[in-house]
Design a protein around this ligand. Structure first.
Ligand code: ADP
Length: 462
């Protein structure tokens, strides 16, 4: 019994049979406990009145009288003094009347066979067509003693009403079984469809057909399943793109290094060229190293199992420290810097937040030409802090704005290819800010350059 359908059918049929059995046992017990005595009493009254009628009518045609009585729906069994028996009406199924009972009645005692009929679990005494299951009374006729045993003929008890009721019950049972089979199929069909669809997903087929359009719980389950497969599909695409991007980003610096290393092997190379080639190798190695570091950081953010290591620290001091580290570059590019930081404490992970300021500042420096300017502000608000990094650089075209937080996305590659980068910095920034319950916004300045605005709650819940 493997399928849900067969289980459902077997359990329902089992319940129907069990309930019929329990109902039979209950009715049977009721007969034995209550009705049996009454039945015996009722039949005894009939037998006694027959006996007294026979005794009172001296000229009675006994044979004819008993035959007429039997025809009204009784089985009558008469025994005379010589133990000769005559049966009126249909014969009994079992002739199990004891000699004792016969002798007792011939000795003018009465016999309560119905009342004393043994209680059996699966036999309803009421229907048991046995000679022992009768009432017995004595009577005298024409100077001779007789014993008369009697019980109703069950066949006569079944009237048209009983047949109608019986037919009704059978038709009801057939219809309910048929309806149950159809309903079970209808209920289980969508589950079968869901099972097939989940098998497809198991084989990495993330767009299985799922034709379930109902509004009940199964419909909701199907909808959640669809949402889940859509997300899995997206994640799968992201994962595949990610792998191909990573491979590509590793491949090009490695090819450069290989090529320039081969050129360096030429012993007749002039000193200046040798230095230039070595510089390329050095910058490509740095690129690989920063790519690996950023990838490791992103992976650790993705797989963050333990919560961020948050503590209270002075945000203005951290931002100042990061800026100090880049001072030499500012001077080298002859850029002006304005910095205005409110003294602010924040509850966050200092190691990850430091990466945010580093990335925003290094981008502002990278994408701003020599002589440009950078403004950094930190404002303390009632519900958190607002940090902004504003530069007067080359800016980002409107059409690229919505993708700059994607991994490996570099806006307008042709324009920026001169500027080294991995396209991972802003996705790290975005991830860290999100993990701190904050948000990041990017705007194009009206004149030149970009403004990145980070909002962080001072005391996030997590
Ligand atoms: P990258 O390593 O290329 O700098 P990021 O993820 O930090 O990667 O930035 C993604 C892209 O967004 C960059 O390639 C660049 O085109 C653009 N970008 C980021 N910051 C700035 C900025 N301050 N000014 C102009 N363009 C920027």
């Amino acid at each position: 019994m493997k399928s849900l359908y067969s289980k459902f059918v077997v359990f329902t049929l089992g319940t129907m049979i069990m309930s019929a059995l329990i109902a039979f046992l209950a009715v049977n017990t009721f007969y034995h406990q209550v009705l049996k005595d009454k039945n015996d009493e009722k039949n005894m009254e009939i037998a006694l009145s027959l006996a007294s009628f026979i005794e009172s009518e001296k000229k009675l045609d006994l044979e004819g009288f008993l035959q007429t009585q039997a025809a009204t729906g009784y089985k009558i069994y008469v025994v005379n003094e010589k133990h000769k028996t005559i049966q009126y009406g249909a014969p009994f199924r079992v002739n199990n009347l004891s000699e004792d009972a016969v002798s007792k009645v011939l000795n003018r005692k009465i016999y309560h066979g119905m009342r004393d009929f043994p209680t059996e679990t699966f036999v309803t005494g009421f229907f048991s067509d046995e000679l022992a299951n009768t009432v017995g009374v004595p009577f005298r006729h024409n100077e001779a003693d007789y014993a008369l045993f009697l019980r109703p003929d069950i066949k006569f008890l079944f009237t048209e009403v009983h047949y109608l009721l019986g037919g009704m019950i059978i038709i009801m049972a057939i219809i309910s079984v048929l309806v149950m089979l159809i309903v079970a199929k209808k209920l289980i069909d969508p589950i079968t469809k869901l099972t097939m669809a989940s098998k497809e997903v198991g084989k990495e087929q993330f767009s299985p057909e799922l034709d379930i359009n109902q509004r009940d719980e199964i419909g909701q389950l199907a909808q959640s399943f669809r949402n889940m497969t859509e997300r899995l599909n997206e994640n799968d695409k992201i994962r595949k793109n990610f792998i191909s991007d990573v491979s590509h980003d590793f491949q090009s610096p490695l090819l450069n290094i290989k090529g320039y290393a081969e050129l360096l092997m030429d012993s007749g190379l002039p000193e200046t060229e040798r230095k230039n080639f070595a510089k390329v190798i050095q910058s490509e190695t740095e690129r690989l190293s920063s790519l690996t570091n950023q990838l490791m950081l992103l992976t650790s953010l993705d797989q963050l199992v333990s919560p961020l290591r948050k503590r209270r620290f002075k945000l203005n001091e951290q931002m100042m420290e990061v800026t100090r580290r880049y001072r030499w570059l500012l001077e080298e590019k002859d850029m002006s810097l304005s910095i205005d930081l409110d003294e602010t404490e924040i509850f966050g992970d200092p190691a990850f937040l430091e990466k945010v300021w580093e990335n925003l500042l290094s981008n502002a420096l990278k994408y701003t030409e020599a002589g440009g300017s950078i403004d950094i502000t930190l404002n303390k608000k009632e519900d958190g802090v607002v940090v902004s990094y504003c530069d007067s650089g080359i800016g980002i075209e409107e059409k690229h704005l919505e993708r700059i937080f994607d991994r490996f996305y570099r806006a307008d590659e042709s324009r920026t290819k001169q500027i080294p980068g991995t396209g991972l910095g802003l996705s790290i920034v975005h991830q860290v800010v999100k993990l701190h319950g904050g948000s990041i916004d990017v705007r194009r300045n009206t004149d030149r350059g970009m403004k990145f605005i980070v909002k962080l709650p001072s005391y996030p819940d997590n």
